[in-house]
Design a protein around this ligand. Structure first.
Ligand code: ADP
Ligand code: MG
Length: 331
């Protein structure tokens, strides 16, 4: 019975109280869910960082292969990742939902459970949101707030000629996972990376607080495209070594014998949610030490050049054409 219970049975306010009933109280909140607006304390010396991301069924996720629990986690993770890419400490978030009539209460409970589990893992609090109906697609929009000292924030535009380009973790698994999901494969390392990516929050905050990163971005559109944003904003270029790109063992096994072009296509597929950042030359040792303490791998993949544009080279020093730019919703 309950598995098929719909929103009609509990109503908008019933749903809001199911969500708020699962949200624990957290630090820094004066007024949480339930009034016309939330009120949170702010720290005088620090500035607020605010980011928002919208996930639309049929565009960002497919409910035939993303379970609602993972979807709840991922919806918050993509926002945590954006804040991490600035070096911000995440604090509070708002959740807005547009829900089609056929959605079951169970689906929404699972979505909330996944999201609030992620929230607890990163110590962020749900402080409000909005809920409405949607004609036929589920829309999840999250706004996340955090803070940092102004001088610690890492922007996209700070790269300098000669800086080293670094990336956390591994790239390409998420695109490989999506490809596998589309073929009907429902489990495995790459599928997990696609459905439940790890936002590099502690990594981003530590890099910012140590003053090591000159520019930073998270990999949502794909490494070449996101690096392109740093290059455009910094008015510089980069030379990247294809053979030094960090690829997981799973990825290597599943792409053994594939051409560099097809490997690069997956690397450019996006949604890895790793951090891509630049550091002054000579600082890689410090960066590796910092990341090691967090249990995260980091790889130096190339350097920033004065000539604009992205150049990717193979072991023989030959150029590999970078894949066409990343995902564009209106292209
Ligand atoms: P209003 O009519 O003033 O917009 P609502 O009835 O939409 O108020 O919301 C009542 C309270 O519930 C507010 O505190 C709002 O932030 C919160 N809320 C609404 N939808 C959600 C949601 N999906 N998740 C968390 N809190 C929500
Ligand atoms: Mg409202």
């Amino acid at each position: 019975m309950t598995a098929t219970r719909g929103l009609k049975d509990i109503g908008e306010f019933g749903l809001i109280s199911r969500i708020s009933g699962q949200a624990p109280e957290g630090p820094g909140i004066l007024i949480g869910i339930g009034d016309d607006a939330a009120a949170v304390y702010s720290n005088q010396r620090r500035v607020n960082l605010i980011t928002t991301d919208m996930l639309v069924e049929g565009v960002h996720f497919d409910l035939s292969f993303s379970d609602p629990f993972s979807l709840g986690k991922k919806s918050l993770s993509v926002n945590l990742s954006d804040l991490a890419a600035m070096g911000g400490e995440p604090r509070h978030f708002l959740l807005s939902l547009a829900i089609p009539p056929a959605t079951t209460v169970d689906t929404l409970d699972e979505l909330t459970r996944g999201m609030l589990l992620k929230a607890a893992e990163y110590c962020v609090n749900l402080i409000g949101g909005d809920t409405c109906s949607s004609p036929d697609r589920l829309v999840i929009s999250i706004t996340l707030m955090g803070d940092q000292l102004p001088e610690r924030i890492v922007r996209r535009n700070g790269a300098r000629k000669g800086d080293l380009v670094c990336v956390t973790g591994a790239v390409g698994d998420s695109a490989l996972g999506l490809e596998q999901l589309k073929k009907g494969i429902r489990a495995g390392y790459a599928v997990e990376r696609h459905l439940d990516p790890t936002p590099r929050v502690r990594e981003g905050v530590s890099l910012a607080e140590a003053g090591l990163a000159t520019a930073m971005i998270d990999i949502s559109d794909g490494l070449p495209s996101d690096l392109g944003h740093i290059l455009d904003m910094s008015a510089l270029g980069a030379r990247i070594r294809f053979y030094d790109l960090p690829l997981s063992r799973f990825f290597r096994e599943h792409t053994a014998g594939a051409s560099p072009d097809s490997v690069l296509r997956l690397v450019a597929g996006g949604e890895d949610y790793e951090l891509l950042f630049t550091i002054p030359p000579g600082k890689f040792h410090d960066v590796r030490g910092l990341m090691e303490r967090l249990g995260t791998s980091v790889t130096e993949i190339g350097e920033i050049t004065a000539e604009p544009g992205l150049v990717i080279i193979d072991t023989a020093g030959e150029l590999i054409a970078p894949p066409l730019s990343g995902y564009d919703h209106f292209a």
